[in-house]
Design a protein around this ligand. Structure first.
Ligand SMILES: C[S@@+](CC[C@H](N)C(=O)[O-])C[C@H]1O[C@@H](n2cnc3c(N)ncnc32)[C@H](O)[C@@H]1O
Length: 263
């Protein structure tokens, strides 16, 4: 077991250098010394820092641009025996408190995605063992920290902790959004995802109030406009291209065939 302390953050595969740079800069600005450990296409970055708890509080997940999720590192376990992964985890957790939930995950990278099945079955085995050892509540309790077990290989994992109120509420940090059949384009999902990841509930309520107005520049075929109308906003949609009929039929959309740069 290694006593690495610091943060573990997930990112979209390929953005590890950007996330590493962001964590390094944000930590330095907040007055924390540390360094990032990252490998391109690993889908995650470790930021090693001795004052992990204070750094964790100083860098709220929502304020990070490249982090899909940000966790505080408790331990890194390498070379663990695939026949018994539970014993070293219980040993590493000794004295580390009680958790209200368990998520067993893997970074969203090509190399770690095949670990999804292991993560699922291992979670089912670990949960009762954690409860028996008193580390996990019988029922999920969002007031307590959430334990994350993050597999990067079958014999290499990180133990991490997150505060449910200050971390991404989606496993792997990825909101699972379904494209509705009447969405005019797949871009609709991008705006939905941005609203979920960039704004908290209070900000969504304040910024997406029925009756407010929005401009959508380069709007055709109308994915973003459609999302905005679903929040009951009035939208000026600027594009020389056509908008889908059902988007116009909402009665909330003014379609201007104009150049968005000069509108
Ligand atoms: C990728 S599509 C936009 C998709 C749209 N956001 C959605 O959610 O369905 C890009 C659009 O930008 C429009 N466009 C490109 N340059 C523009 C400009 N200068 N002014 C207005 N629209 C422009 C194109 O006509 C095209 O329809």
């Amino acid at each position: 077991m290694s006593s690495t302390t610091g943060l573990l953050a997930y990112c979209r595969q390929g953005f590890e250098p950007e996330l590493a740079a962001e964590l390094t800069e944000r930590a330095a600005l907040a007055g924390f010394a540390g360094y990032a450990r990252a490998q391109r296409n690993d889908g995650h970055v470790v930021f090693v820092c001795e004052q992990a708890q204070a750094l964790d509080r100083a860098l709220p997940w929502r304020e990070l641009i490249f982090a899909r999720q940000k966790l505080r590192l408790l331990a890194e376990l390498r070379g663990i025996d695939p026949k018994d992964r539970i014993t070293p985890i219980l040993a590493a957790l000794a004295g580390a408190g009680r958790y209200g939930d368990l998520w067993v995950e893997h970074p969203d990278s090509d190399s770690a995605k095949p670990l999804a099945g292991l993560a699922r079955s291992f979670g089912n085995a670990l949960r009762p063992a954690l409860r028996k050892a008193g580390f996990l509540t019988e029922k999920d309790d969002a007031r307590l920290p959430r334990l994350h077990v993050v597999f990067v290989q079958g014999d290499h994992l990180f133990l991490c902790v997150a505060d449910a109120r200050h971390s991404a509420p989606w496993p792997l940090g990825i909101p699972r959004l379904k494209l509705l059949p009447d969405a005019p384009s797949r871009s609709a999902l991008k705006l939905e995802e941005a609203f979920l990841s960039l704004l908290d509930e209070r900000q969504r309520e304040a910024l997406l109030k029925p009756g407010m107005t929005a401009a959508d520049l380069g709007a055709a075929p109308g994915g973003w406009t459609w999302v905005l109308t679903r929040h009951h906003l009035r939208v000026t949609s600027v594009d020389n291209g056509p908008l889908r009929e059902h988007v116009l039929a909402t009665g909330l959309v003014e379609h201007l065939r104009a150049d968005g740069f000069h509108w």
